[in-house]
Design a protein around this ligand. Sequence first.
Ligand SMILES: C[S@@+](CC[C@H](N)C(=O)[O-])C[C@H]1O[C@@H](n2cnc3c(N)ncnc32)[C@H](O)[C@@H]1O
Length: 274
Amino acid sequence: MNANDENYVLGYGGGAMDWMKSRTVEEHGAFLLPYLKPGQSLLDCGCGPGSLTVGFAQILNPGQVVGIDRETEQLAAAKAYANQHNLNNLHFETGDVYDLPFDDACFDVVFCSAVLGSVSKPEQVVREMVRVLKQDGVIAMKEFDHGGDIVYPQTPKLTHSIELYQRIRTEHGHEQRAGRRLREWLTKNNCSIEHTHASFDQRTTNTGLYDYIDRNNRLVDEILATRYIELGWATREDLDTHALEWERFARDPASLHASAWIDAVARKNTPTTE
Ligand SMILES: C[S@@+](CC[C@H](N)C(=O)[O-])C[C@H]1O[C@@H](n2cnc3c(N)ncnc32)[C@H](O)[C@@H]1O
């Protein structure tokens, strides 16, 4: 399995990109900060538009930081963002997380965020991440877990919209509940867990919720709608109704939307000598 054999469901429209660009190390990557020291090298697998990668490069400077992603458009956005920060310890490369273009045991820290739930063989990706990690190095990951999301009040139209999204991910062989499996994938791949934590990414203001819903509606409109219609799962009218229902949900001060995430940090075990 490699990147050419599977589709990335979210695509690269403005909605998806805005979503990822909003992530910062201080918030989204905070769980890893206690393990980071200037001078360490770090690989960010599936770095997307690079907001986290740039944050890591600032913290680890002069340690070398590399972001890799299969998608050149993502990397162009990442490079443009990095250029605004004047860093000379950071570069981005096109690459496949199933087949990382690096020697064994060459990074102090290997990281990924929101990638293992977007590939069809996540355990294989973890094995590859561990391969390029030094002995006793730190592997860190953060993944959503759709089994824990809270949407309230969840009307039948919202339920239908959520089901379509989950169905297309399942169709691509993606794990909806990647977060809860991080410990399993790490322990199966010769790592000892040092930390795991479950949290919710909750939109606490109505403006925050409205922006989030607007990004999701754009993501469906730009990328997913055509697929849903082609597959005969929904009509254009269904999708327009869903978008309006989500907007109504976002305007209602009683609404709650919280996405479940799990983060994990582990170390690569040193081989035992007989
Ligand atoms: C949801 S985005 C996450 C981006 C970033 N890590 C973040 O958290 O903001 C997932 C990224 O993984 C990348 N990706 C998916 N499959 C990949 C593969 N096989 N090899 C390299 N990158 C991949 C996609 O191109 C996309 O940029």
